[in-house]
Design a protein around this ligand. Structure first.
Ligand SMILES: O=C(O)c1ccccc1N[C@@H]1O[C@H](COP(=O)(O)O)[C@@H](O)[C@H]1O
Length: 216
């Protein structure tokens, strides 16, 4: 199966073009977050979304947890996919779907221990279109909701992939030199990458090429 690649933390129309030229299937735009290096303002995210041609998917990362705020965020940015980087109350997906029927919902699970398997299956049961397994720590006073550059326990991620009935993306500390091992260990639907293809915060065409070569 062809592994899908989502290039996250896109911060300009030029970076979006570079990622698409290199072979990205999806782009990530990081909204306001309690921490992390990849945040872009909503108006810039909206301009990037408008520049992206089909069939490339645009994922809007949101740390909002109420349906009204999540819907308002999507309406400012216009992305076709919402990536929820924090846990949301039961019933939130249904409320989002009622307001935005054409928009896909991806739930992030921050993988720490075996308890995350139940959390992942609950998100699937609630109707998430896909899962994304990352390495944040939402229990910190200042929440870490992604963009950590750290890998997590891939054996737990593999258990989630095996149990999930929806596609699962793997994120967290992925780089050109660990991408193949990640695919072999976790067998995800796709990989999601931010810091591993950047140099001094900028998307690096050489690292991006090396990553895509390693993956495909
Ligand atoms: O990048 C950020 O600033 C960020 C902040 C809060 C939530 C998510 C964020 N980025 C996402 O984190 C993954 C993993 O990043 P990395 O590859 O470990 O650096 C990234 O793919 C984005 O989806």
């Amino acid at each position: 199966m062809r592994i899908r690649v989502k290039v996250c933390c896109i911060s300009s129309v030029e970076e979006a073009r570079m990622a698409i030229r290199a072979g990205a299937d999806a782009l990530g735009l990081v909204g306001p977050m309690p921490s992390g290096p990849g945040v872009v303002a909503d108006d810039l995210a909206a301009a990037i979304v408008r520049s992206v041609p089909p069939p490339i998917a645009t994922f809007m990362l949101t740390s909002e947890t109420s349906a009204d705020e999540i819907v308002a965020h999507q309406q400012r940015v216009g992305a076709n996919t919402i990536q929820l980087v924090d846990a949301v109350p039961a019933g939130t997906y249904a409320q989002i779907r009622a307001a935005l029927p054409a928009v896909k919902i991806v739930q992030v699970i921050h993988v720490v221990d075996e308890r995350n398997l139940a959390e992942a299956l609950q998100a699937v049961a609630e109707g998430a279109d896909a899962l994304l397994l990352d390495s944040g720590n939402p229990t910190l006073v200042i929440k870490e909701l992604g963009g950590t550059g750290r890998v997590h326990n891939w054996q737990i991620s593999r258990q989630i992939v095996d149990a999930s009935t929806v596609p699962v993306f793997l994120a967290g500390g992925l780089r050109p030199d660990n991408a193949r091992e990640a695919i072999q260990t976790v067998v995800p639907f796709g990989l999601d990458i931010c810091s591993g293809v950047r140099t001094n915060g900028h998307l690096d065409p050489d690292k991006l090429r090396a990553f895509l070569e390693a993956v495909r």
